[in-house]
Structures are given as C-alpha cells and as structure tokens.
Design a protein. Structure first.
Lengths: 227, 227
C-alpha cells in the first residue's frame, strides 16, 4: 500500500511536534518543512531536526529566508520580547504574514511531491492574537493554494489540516503524550539561553508550562529559571 | 503631501518593469521586491537592480530563497527549457506556488511598511497556462492577506494591483514606452548566454519579440541569435 504524502510545518516547538505525530498517526508519509527566518536563536531548528529524526519523516527540508531585512517583529527585529503574561491585541512577537509565507512554501513543495495534504500546528485558543492562526485564515489560504496551483486545472484541492485548532495547550500535550511525543525534544522559548535552556518567563514559556500543569504531568523543559 | 507606499514585485523582466512604472505614475512611493530563488541565471536580478535604480524606488530588497531544494520546474530544476513556441496546459517553466510565495513576502513587507498596496505584473492573456497569474488567484490571495494580517482586526484590506492582467504584450510595451521604461534594462529570456544576452528561441524570448513586432516598435533586446 502506498502511503499518501503530507507536508508538515515543523518549527521545533511543542505544537508542531504534536501536529507531526498526528499526521503520522493518520497514515501519512510526512515531509517536514522548517524555516530559518532570522530567528534570534537556532536552537529551535536543532530541535526540529531531532523531532523529524525521531518521527522518521520521509524528508526534512530547512528553507533559509531572511525576514530580518524588514524586521517588524520581536522575533526578527531588535524589539524586546515581552515577559510576564499575555497582553491584548496582536502581540509584538507576531511575524508579519509568517504563516502565509510558510504555507506558500508548503504548497509549492506539496505540488512537487504530488501531496494534497498540509499540516500546520496553529491554535486559535492559546494564540487568538495572531490573525494567521485563525480558522478563517486557514480556509482562505486553502482556496488560494487551490487557485494558484495545478489543483485548479486538475479539479482537486489541498487539505490544510490544523488538528490543534481548537485544543487547549493541556489537551495538545495529552494528545502528544498518547502518541509518544518526547517533549524534551521540543522548544518553545522566545528568548533561550546560549546553552538552549528556556528562559521560563516569556509568554511562550508561561503558556507551555501552564499546559503541563493543567495536563497534570511533569514539565520536562530545562529552564534557566523555572516559571 | 505624504505619498502612499506600495510594494512592487520586480523580477527584472519586461512586465514587472512596466508594472513598476505604472505604480509610480499612480503616485506611490515604490518598495521593489525581488527574489533570488535558485534561478539558473542571476542576470535578471542585475536587471532588477538597474530598473529599480532607474525608477528611483524608495528601497529595493532582494530575498534569497532556495526553491532548488525541491525542484519541480525547468526554471529551478534540471528539466530542459522548451523552445519553439507555446504548448498547451501548464508549462514546465511554471514554478510551483511561485506567485503565492512572492505575494506572501510582499504582504509581510507591506504590513511592516504600513502599505496597503501591492503591485504584481501578472498577465492572463499571454500566460494563461500559469494558474497563479489568473485574476481568480489574485482575488483569493488578497482575501488571504487580509485575513492573515492585522488588516482583519483593523478593518482594512490589501489592494493587490495587477495592472497588466488583461493587456496583450504589445499593449504592455506601448504603455511602458509612454511611461519612459527603458526596455534595454529588462530581461525575459529563460536561457541567457553567460554574457547576459537573450537566446532568442525560448518561449519567453519569442513572446517578448512578438510583442515588439505587434507594437510596431524596434526590439532593443540583445540576442545571441535573433528570433
């Protein structure tokens, strides 16, 4: 039996590692796609590499793109990363059009592979401040991908799977643990130490840690200063 | 008076140079965006640089992205470029999801700049074989860009201008000449010589040359072997 192929966006974080495990469990041969996009830290790409290896993906590709050329985000620019819990509105860690860019590359690779399925670990409960994590956006992108590729002429469409869309962080963690995800391989911190340990204080660390607390399981994350 | 800003996709070709001239004429401060995407030739990027300079753009950014990692096109892979006129269906020179990728980056930059206008030189008459050059795709992308950025929360939308959409090549050339475009600075050939001269035989050379013939003006293109 030939496995259908899927392109899976893999950041190296908790969500995308879980998303990859779900894609595998659904029977897809997974093609993992990561981006080096001028992040302050490369530790998450190293995590992506180890997660991809542990999940025995068919192939893992890292695309270099330099979003620092125009900045505009605390993740790619010299804007300080906020600490101390979520604010309101779109966070400064939002990278303009990031998921549109990532999904565009995923679509191109899927077209080349003959894959009709793309997985992305977006979540609208924990990250409602990011417009490109919402279901309306994912749906609009799927239509754009159909119309912008040979799918439109051949009469099929891309399935953009967002299996974490409506899960709370604790539910994502429980699901991942059921599927055997080793969360020690994953990285979430916006501001890690040079040795790769998480800061324990940025929004992403706080959200991640609370997820483990709410799931009632130990948080395996190495922190420089535990939350 | 403050000029509104626009991001203009600039490949270095005849169409995008004309599109840039139209954006200028419409009163926009132009931010030109080019891509080094594993093309076989860098000559078109040098053309883009010279066109941007001649048009006195506010800024010209070249983004490096390596689409050769997955190939799938005669422009990025080891598939031969066809010669001798247009065939039927989607050409092998189609780069999967290229315009989706390019427009995604343009959207990200526009969001950072505070620009609501993006110009792209797609054309559905001469390139009907490319799905991502059609008006349905451009419309779907605009909706995707709105939903994937702060536009959706702030109640505005991006205008994706495709001023060449319904023009024939000869009309594009006439319009560009009226606006003072120097077509010697532009490059269209899929398969140029090392010195930058156009081959005179690929689909792109034939289409371009026919445009000058139909417009009734001399073709200023340096060819190794004139069509």
């Amino acid at each position: 039996m030939i496995q259908p192929k899927a392109v899976v966006l893999l950041s190296g974080g908790l969500d995308s590692a879980t998303c990859l495990a779900i894609a595998r469990q659904e029977g897809f041969a997974c093609y993992a796609l990561s981006f080096a996009y001028g992040q302050r830290h490369r530790v998450e790409l190293e995590c992506a590499r180890r997660i991809a290896e542990a999940a025995a993906v068919a192939r893992h590709v890292v695309i270099n793109i330099d979003l620092r050329q125009w900045g505009g985000s605390a993740l790619t620019d010299d804007i300080p990363v906020p600490e101390g819990g979520a604010g309101t509105g779109i966070p400064v860690t939002y990278v303009p059009a990031r998921n549109t860019i990532f999904l565009s590359f995923a679509t191109g690779w899927a077209e080349v592979l003959g894959a009709r399925d793309i997985f992305i670990g977006v979540n609208s409960l924990d990250y409602s401040g990011y417009p490109d994590c919402r279901p309306e956006f994912i749906k609009a992108f799927a239509e754009c991908a159909r119309l912008g590729t040979k799918a439109v002429d051949e009469g099929w469409h891309f399935n953009i799977h967002a299996p974490l869309q409506y899960l709370k962080k604790a539910d994502i963690i429980r699901r991942g643990l059921e599927l055997g995800v080793d969360y020690r391989l994953t990285h979430s911190c916006y501001n890690p130490a040079p040795d790769g340990r998480a800061c324990g204080h940025c929004d992403s660390c706080l959200l991640r840690h609370q997820g483990f607390v709410d799931a009632g399981v130990p948080d395996p994350t190495p922190y420089t200063d535990a939350p």
